[in-house]
Design a protein around this ligand. Structure first.
Ligand code: HEC
Ligand code: HEC
Ligand code: HEC
Ligand code: HEC
Ligand code: HEC
Ligand code: HEC
Ligand code: HEC
Ligand code: HEC
Length: 431
């Protein structure tokens, strides 16, 4: 109660002070420690249950039979550079026999698995506590193994753990050169987005509010979205030592500690996964303060898909936008907002399984200028991939609907346009 009065006073005073005093619900909790999601479950049962239905908790798990999706018994070997790698199971434990850093063959026990929705990777622990991703990767869609090259170079603790575990303590002991790494949760848990929770846990029942970061209360939407952006990004921190923003806590300033190194198409849109935040920053949505959780549930599976969106497909966009069925928006009988404004042009496990988050329509002109769809995809040909749907044809359609709009005539006579276009296409095919 007293706390609340002090906080209220601070907030009132802050209007007259040059610096703004942030409540704990907005600024990083520097003194608190990580307690683990099991503790939060006691009081936030429904949220805990909902979170368990999302993908976040399953980022990193024990190598137990229930968590393994790769085929360790029949389709269980592959060859690369003349060397054979074999994956097998023995007494419910999992192993990979492959060439090690010393160029000799070894059998490695799998300690943990990563992912399993699109691909699954396997983690082993060296005798000094270093964690490494083994060279065999299971691709879910094709149900096949693929090699991961140069597997022993990157140390998991420095390259991955900040985004795939919560509350990681690397604990590297210089004198013995060993790691005694710990974490509070294996996957992406409550405190990855809310920051360490010990102060909140210890606060009196009536004073809980304001003792842990609530991303929705961070006043600057760009700083708020950094909560998601600390993982849905690509780059490094600590002069390249870490593959994630080491030291970032929810509420903090990501850009002060992280150098982005996105993989981009020539037009500046993402060609790889986990760059949603990098895309988003360039969008009108970022400018207007529409953040990730305006579209995505944070602790709930979406009612329609695995991406936790609040409404399915175009109905999500229509919940905020009214679009007239004319001009470019009159080309189609069914306007797939996501199809044109969030084209699937990035790659996670398979080409085109990641949606652009810049929300801009990529013109076929970009494809023509870059010299082909392989070099630069566009929004139209992402769906119109048949032989006759050339980027040039798509661009003509766009030019037509735009000119109609500008001359102020009936915006689009769809049946005629369609007919004209198919006649054009036939003529070109005959030429
Ligand atoms: C002993 C019960 C208890 C435990 C354990 C607990 N909470 Fe809370 N939490 C509360 C109460 C009570 C509130 C205040 C609810 C309100 O005011 O609407 C709250 C509020 C919150 C808020 C909103 C804060 C704000 O200022 O808007 C967040 C976020 C939160 N809890 C996250 C967590 C997380 C994460 C954990 C685990 C680290 C956790 N809680 C553990 C009882 C608990
Ligand atoms: C992926 C990030 C993320 C994870 C993981 C996460 N949260 Fe949240 N949480 C948010 C965001 C963002 C908000 C504010 C916006 C909203 O409610 O969607 C929020 C809001 C809350 C609130 C206050 C509003 C409400 O819904 O009552 C509580 C309490 C809370 N979270 C508890 C938890 C607990 C407990 C867990 C773990 C079981 C958890 N969160 C896991 C991101 C996350
Ligand atoms: C600590 C790192 C971390 C944070 C913070 C985080 N995410 Fe994630 N998120 C991940 C990882 C890793 C996955 C992949 C889970 C998997 O595939 O098993 C994921 C998966 C997702 C997915 C499911 C789709 C997919 O491609 O797997 C959505 C949607 C998502 N995150 C949104 C958010 C939002 C919104 C926030 C902020 C409120 C957020 N995430 C915060 C790491 C994080
Ligand atoms: C900056 C944060 C970050 C770092 C560092 C990171 N990842 Fe991820 N990873 C993510 C996010 C976010 C996703 C899911 C969202 C997406 O794919 O867009 C993901 C997805 C994955 C998936 C796909 C999971 C599935 O269900 O198919 C695997 C496997 C994976 N990461 C392994 C790794 C490995 C191995 C490393 C270290 C070499 C690593 N990641 C480093 C954030 C990160
Ligand atoms: C304007 C709405 C909107 C906003 C804002 C938004 N997303 Fe999305 N997001 C979507 C839609 C729509 C999909 C695709 C869902 C589908 O295919 O059904 C998606 C898909 C994803 C996926 C799955 C992988 C992919 O790219 O296809 C992840 C991860 C994700 N979003 C994370 C984020 C993060 C992190 C932010 C904030 C930086 C964010 N999103 C902001 C609407 C949004
Ligand atoms: C929570 C509300 C909300 C949702 C949901 C939403 N938008 Fe927006 N969108 C806005 C606001 C606000 C603006 C900025 C004002 C404006 O330009 O109208 C905006 C702007 C845009 C712009 C213009 C961008 C620019 O750079 O100027 C496009 C395009 C757009 N949204 C597409 C979409 C699509 C596609 C979806 C669905 C995946 C979507 N929006 C979902 C609120 C929303
Ligand atoms: C056939 C592809 C296509 C579809 C489908 C589509 N759009 Fe568009 N949209 C465009 C193009 C092209 C523009 C003009 C953008 C430009 O010129 O950069 C545009 C512009 C916009 C704008 C910005 C308008 C402005 O004032 O700048 C918004 C908002 C928008 N669309 C929302 C939507 C919504 C919501 C849907 C689903 C109902 C949708 N669009 C479906 C292609 C499409
Ligand atoms: C989400 C997938 C998708 C996207 C993205 C898309 N289209 Fe289409 N398009 C279709 C489908 C399906 C049809 C046929 C049914 C209809 O009219 O809705 C179609 C029909 C058309 C037609 C009528 C063709 C005929 O012969 O009847 C034209 C013209 C067209 N699209 C142009 C475009 C242009 C230009 C773009 C890019 C701005 C685009 N489309 C983006 C799926 C898509």
């Amino acid at each position: 109660m007293i706390r609340n009065i002090i906080l209220a006073t601070l907030i009132i005073c802050s209007q007259f002070l040059p610096t703004v005093n942030l409540s704990l619900a907005q600024a990083p909790n520097e003194k608190a420690t990580y307690v683990g999601a099991g503790k939060c479950k006691q009081c936030h049962k429904d949220i805990y249950k909902g979170w368990k239905s999302t993908m976040h908790p399953y980022k990193f798990q024990q190598a137990a039979p229930a968590n393994i999706v790769g085929d360790f018994s029949r389709n269980n070997s592959f060859e690369a550079d003349g060397e054979t790698t074999i994956m097998f199971e023995k007494n419910k434990e999992y192993f990979i026999t492959t060439t090690g850093p010393d160029n000799k063959e070894h059998t490695y026990k799998i300690g943990y698995v990563i992912g399993g929705f699109w691909k699954q990777l396997y983690v082993t622990e060296f005798s000094n506590g270093e964690l490494h991703i083994l060279p065999a990767m299971w691709i879910v869609e094709s149900q096949s193994w693929k090699e991961r090259k140069n597997w022993s170079k990157a140390i998991y603790q420095y390259s991955c753990s900040g985004c795939h575990n919560t509350g990681t303590q690397i604990n590297f002991d210089k004198s013995s050169e060993t790691f005694k790494t710990t974490w509070s949760d294996m996957g992406v848990a409550c405190e990855a987005c809310h920051g360490p929770g010990s102060n909140h846990l210890n606060a009196e029942e009536d004073d809980k509010s304001g003792t842990i970061v609530n991303p929705a209360k961070i006043p600057d939407p760009r700083r708020a979205a950094m909560v998601c952006g600390s993982c849905h990004t690509r780059g490094s921190s600590g002069e390249g030592k870490y593959g994630y923003p080491s030291g970032y806590k929810p509420g903090g300033q990501l850009n002060f500690m992280f150098s982005e190194k996105p993989k981009l198409h020539p037009d500046d849109s993402s060609r790889a996964n986990r760059q949603e935040y990098i895309d988003w920053k360039k969008s009108g949505h970022a400018r207007e303060g529409i953040v990730c959780w305006d579209c995505h549930y944070t602790h709930r599976k979406g009612n329609s898909n695995k991406y936790q969106t609040k409404l399915p497909g175009s109905s999500l966009c229509r919940s905020c936008h009214e679009v007239e069925n004319k001009g470019v928006h009159g080309i189609h009988s069914v306007n797939s907002c996501v199809g044109c404004h969030m084209s699937p042009i990035g790659k996670r496990a398979a080409k085109g399984d990641v949606h652009s988050h810049q929300f801009k329509v990529i013109s076929p002109k970009e494809t023509i200028d870059a010299g082909g769809y392989e070099k630069q995809p566009n929004s139209c040909n992402a769906c119109h991939y048949h032989k006759n749907d050339k980027p040039e044809d798509m661009l003509n359609v766009l030019k037509k609907v735009k000119t109609f709009g500008k001359t102020g005539r009936c915006l689009i006579d769809r049946p005629n346009l369609n007919k004209a276009d198919s006649a054009d296409a036939k003529k070109r095919a005959a030429d």
